[in-house]
Design a protein around this ligand. Structure first.
Ligand code: TXA
Ligand code: MG
Length: 332
């Protein structure tokens, strides 16, 4: 079992140090317990998916101390600032355009140009964020497919040895995940209902649509009650490549010693901008951290397609393959 430690000055400092050092910690918020990691550190974020046993990469919510900090990572127009003034800190997540200079790892937003951000009101969470000094990516602290953890015990039972440290502060007040409000487009759209309701938001926004994806095609939806776009490169993606065709770029994994270019020679002869390796050591955590960034790097009209080497379908490899299949528009 993980260490469950009651929240006090020392344990808050310990949790903040774990986060700042690239490790995971379960943290209390007013909605549900969160499985936190430094959102600027791709490997740390990848550990979240490994610990939750998530078969796919859903974009995560980044938690920051206040609106001023939020504005370092997302573009906040007047409408967003008004909503932030009214409802932050609190159980409301805003989807906003990600700043080009955000420094956020691409895995946090699953390659999307938008970012989910929230200022939690929980005093302990606030203290951890401030001491860690980084934005904290945190999905609910439960294994994939299980209900969100609202007590330290539930988080411990659900995540087990996958998480080293749980900062305990009793039961969560709200007990339901935050409302997700998409303000990245012209319409204000609730993507996930929560404690802040459409009625609460209407005085500030006029009309508020609710679109939980119920009418979407089943294969477009990650889980019930959530509408999600997926990142896909503009050029074709070819999976399980065992060689590279003329004009293709290569997204490698592990050793490329035996990868040849069809027209002759080894792929090490490819120009730098046509060859990226997710992890030369075959490390799935490193690969997950690099995935969206490298796909984006290779997504250039200079290449005919992106050939992707086989990724073992174990552990985080399942989530990586899920995303690659979506990018390739091929059923898994
Ligand atoms: O209350 C909460 O929000 C909790 C606590 C820990 O803060 N966190 C939470 O995180 O519920 P998670 O990862 O379980 O849920 C994130 C939600 C998902 O519905 C996801 O699809 C949506 O936010 N989301 C994240 N980024 C998004 C984006 N760029 N566009 C659309 N939806 C996004
Ligand atoms: Mg969740």
């Amino acid at each position: 079992m993980p260490r469950i430690v009651a929240a006090n000055q020392d344990s808050i400092t310990e949790a903040a140090a774990l986060i700042a050092g690239g490790e995971l910690a379960v943290l209390p918020t007013e909605t549900v317990y969160g499985l936190g990691a430094n959102a600027l550190d791709g490997k740390a974020v990848a550990k979240i998916f490994a610990a939750k046993n998530r078969p796919s990469f859903n974009p995560l919510i980044s938690h920051v101390a206040d609106t001023h900090d939020a504005a370092k990572y997302v573009l906040m127009d007047d409408r967003a600032r008004q909503i932030a003034d009214a409802f932050w800190p609190g159980p409301l997540t805003l989807i906003l355009p990600k700043r080009a200079d955000s420094g956020m790892n691409d895995l946090v937003s699953a390659g999307l140009p938008t970012l989910a951000i929230r200022v939690p009101s929980h005093k302990i969470m606030q203290a951890v964020i401030k001491q860690a000094g980084v934005p904290i990516a945190a999905p609910s602290a439960n294994a994939s497919g299980e209900p969100s953890a609202t007590t330290p015990k539930h988080a411990a039972e659900s995540l087990g040895e996958n998480v080293p440290f749980i900062l305990a502060a009793g039961m969560c007040d709200v007990g339901l995940e935050s409302t997700v409000l998409d303000l990245s487009g012209e319409d204000a759209v609730i993507l996930r209902p929560g404690a802040i309701t459409a009625e609460d938001l209407k005085p500030y926004l006029g009309t508020v649509k609710i679109d939980t994806g119920a009418h979407e095609k089943a294969e477009d939806i990650k889980s019930p009650g959530q509408l999600l776009k997926h990142y896909a490169p503009a050029i074709p993606v070819r999976l399980n490549a065992v060689d590279v065709e003329e004009g293709e770029a290569l997204l490698a994994f592990g050793s490329t010693k035996f990868m040849a270019i069809k027209s002759g020679g080894n792929v090490s002869n490819l120009p730098d901008d046509a060859l990226k390796n997710l992890s030369e050591d075959g490390d799935l955590i490193e690969a997950a951290a690099n995935l969206f960034m490298m796909l984006r790097d290779l997504d250039s009209p200079n290449h005919k397609a992106i050939a992707v080497m086989n990724i073992p379908n174990i552990g985080l490899g399942v989530a990586i393959n899920d995303r690659l299949h979506r990018a390739a528009n091929a059923p898994p």
